[in-house]
Design a protein around this ligand. Sequence first.
Ligand SMILES: [Zn+2]
Ligand SMILES: [Zn+2]
Ligand SMILES: [Zn+2]
Ligand SMILES: [Zn+2]
Length: 575
Amino acid sequence: MSFAKLKAARQDKPSYVTSNPLPSQESSAVPSEGPIQSTKESLYKSIPDHLQIRTSAVSGRGLWATKPCLPGQVLFAMKPHVAALSNERLALHCSQCFGGGGNAGLKRCTQCQVVYYCDSTCQNLDWTFHKNECIALQRVAASGETAIPSDAIRCLGRIMWKRQKQGPASPWTQEIDLLQSHKQEVPPSAYELHTHLAISLVRYLGLSSPSEIAAFGIASGADLANFVSRFVTNTFTITDPSLAPLGASVSPPVALINHSCDPNAVVVFPRSRPNNQEPLMQVVALRDISANEEILTAYIDTTLPRAQRQASLRETYLFSCACTLCTSTQPDLRDSVWCPKACGGVCPAPTEENSLSRCTQCLSALQKTDEVLDASRIGQQALDKASLLQFTDPAKSKQLCSKLIPILTSAGLTPSSHPLLALTRLYTALLIADLQSSSPSQETLDEAVVCATKALAGLDGILRYGHPVRGIARAELGKLLAVDEPAPRPPAASAAEEALRYPPSGAKRLRMALDVLLQARGELNVGFGAPNEGGAVGRDVREDIVRLERELGVWQKGLSEAMRDAKEAKILQRS
Ligand SMILES: [Zn+2]
Ligand SMILES: [Zn+2]
Ligand SMILES: [Zn+2]
Ligand SMILES: [Zn+2]
C-alpha cells in the first residue's frame, strides 16, 4: 500500500526490520496476550535474501531489491496464506490447488456438497481449512439459506479457523496480524461494506454475538471491524494462467509490496508446478530493477486513465496515488485524442472542467471537444452496461460494443484511450466466445482478428513490454490468425490491393500468425517468469508454433510435393 496521505499516516508506524516490531494498539487487531516477538528471523521467511523489508519516508513499509534483478526474473514465489474460489468457480475447480477448469474428474465433498477436489491428496491438504468450513457450509444450508457465502466471507472464515488453531504467537498469525491498517481513512461507503462483511462473518462462524469472536483471538467487535478492513485492503485476486479471475487470497509477504500505476513487477499464477504446490503466487520483475530500488506492483487495472485509477485506488485501497505515471506531466495515451491536423501527435482528452486542448507536437487546438466529451460519456455508459451483460446477454453486449467503437474512433480517440480500448477488448472477448461456441464463419473470424489487432495496438501503447496482459493479448491474436479459415478469400485483382487487405488469407496469414506467436512467446516469458516459460499459455503457444512451422513447411514445399509425400506414406504403410 502506499502514497500521499497514507505515507504520512504510516511514518509513525514501526518498521518490522528494525528494533521495535510492536504494532501500535489502533493499527491492528492483535490479541492482547503479550508482545509480539516479530523479528525478521521469525517472520516473512518466504522472502528471499535478495529482497528486504524497508521503511522509507516516501512510501512507508515496502519490499526492496538488494541486488539487481532482470526482466522475467521470479523475485519470489509462495502459496497464499489463505485462498477461496469465487462462488461461480466452486464447482469448476479444485478448492485446494485451484486446478481443473471444468468439472470433469473433480470429486465433491460428500458432507457439505459445496467444494470439489482433484483427488484425496488435494482433499487431505485442504483439510486444515475445510474441516471447520465444511461444518459452517452445512450450517448455512440447514438454515434454509440458498446462497453460498461469498469468497470474501469464506476466505475470512478460513483465516479465523487457522489463527485459532495456530495460536497468536505463530508466525502465520503474526504475519496476518501485521497487515497494514488504514482504519482512520475508511470512507463511509467502504465502512458500510466492512461492517456488512463483519456481520456476515460472525453469522458464518456460527457465533450468536460479536463478543464471541474472542474465541478467535480478536478482542472486540471494534477489533473485528478493523480486522475486516485490513483484510479488504490486502486481498489478492487469484487468476488462471490467462488472467481470468478465480477467487480471493491473502498473502502477507506479497501485501508488503507497494503500488505503482507503472509497476516494475507483477504478481502472476503461471501454474508451472505440480498441483499440490498450487496456486503459487509468483512476483516477477517486468524490467531491470537495480539494487536498492523498491519493488512495485499495480493493485488495479493500469489500462485506465488517471482519474479512474485514482477513484479505484481510493475506493478499495483507501489512498491517493502519487506514482511516476500519476504525477507525470506528459500526455498519456490512455486519455488522448489524435491531432486534428493529423501530424501524428496527440492532444490530451478534454474534460468538462478543461475543454481547451492542443496537440503536444504541432500545438493545433482541438476543435471538436464537445464531440469527444459526448462520445466518451456515452462510451462509458455503454461499457458499464456491456460489461454487466457480457455473460447474461452476450448478444446485447456485443451490439453495444459494435455500435460505440466506430463512434469513439471517429471522435478521434486513440486505440489506447479509455473507454475505446476497454470496449475493443470486451468486443474481442465476445467474438472469441462466439467462435468457440459454434463453427465460425469467415466474417466473424476476420472481424475477431481485426478487433484483437486494434486491442493489442492499444495495449502496446500503454503497457510495458512483457506485461502479462500484453502477452496474453498477443497470444490471443496469434491463435486467431492460426485458426483454419472456413472460406479463404481469393487473391485480390492487384498485388497492391492484396497488400492492403487485413487480415490476409492463406500462407501469408499463417506466416503472420507465426510471427505474432513468436513475439507472444517472448513477452509471456517475461510476464509469467522466465523459469515458467510463459506458464500454461506459454506452453500452449510453443505447441502452436511447432504446428505452424510444420504447416508452413508444407505450404512452402508446395501442394504437389505434399501429395507425393502422402502417396509415399501410403505405400510405406501398405508394405
Ligand atoms: Zn487439486
Ligand atoms: Zn465439505
Ligand atoms: Zn499512480
Ligand atoms: Zn499535431
